[in-house]
Write a protein that binds this ligand. Sequence first.
Ligand SMILES: C[S@@+](CC[C@H](N)C(=O)[O-])C[C@H]1O[C@@H](n2cnc3c(N)ncnc32)[C@H](O)[C@@H]1O
Length: 188
Amino acid sequence: FSTSFTSFARGRRGVFRIYSETAPPVTPAVASVPPFCKIAFISEEKGRGVVATESIKANTVIGDYEGETITESVKDRRYLKSREAERDEEDHRWLASRVERGQSASGDYLFGVSGVDAFIDAEDEYFSNWTRFLNHADAPNCNVKSLPMGMSGKPRVWFVASRDISPGEEICFSYGDDYWIDDAEPVE
Ligand SMILES: C[S@@+](CC[C@H](N)C(=O)[O-])C[C@H]1O[C@@H](n2cnc3c(N)ncnc32)[C@H](O)[C@@H]1O
């Protein structure tokens, strides 16, 4: 099964700069980082990312992409400007909760899982884990895999090292061409 990474608000980089001048809060996503890597500020363009602190062997499963599992129609109401008017009370509560907790709502952390009407939204750091900080690279050192249903009964998306990774290297995967459709271009 293939999986696509989705962005709805390319160019809204402001959301990534909010924390760049002050220490970011230790959210559950930040606290979940495993011993073999750390979350670090990479650059103004990329924001934060994940850097290996230990050697990681090729084919190591490095982690699962965790977040809120939502349907395509919920995803569209939350993030598409053209569908904003269709938001129901729950959608409004969801947005207010993000704002209250200082969480962005850019739509840049969505994984569409093939074979099922499901997107994993890892934008909210209180409902996701460290893998939300993995940045894109054209020549990545890890691959992404997915299944429409894992042992939890929900879709499963996970990352596997595609080659040996050395301490100090940024851990990245390829978001795919569809992610960078608007004005923004990835940097290496
Ligand atoms: C899933 S987030 C990755 C974590 C993000 N860097 C952060 O600080 O929360 C995806 C966003 O990171 C930035 N990004 C990731 N890889 C990039 C790259 N190679 N070049 C430029 N921006 C990148 C873009 O703003 C993109 O929308």
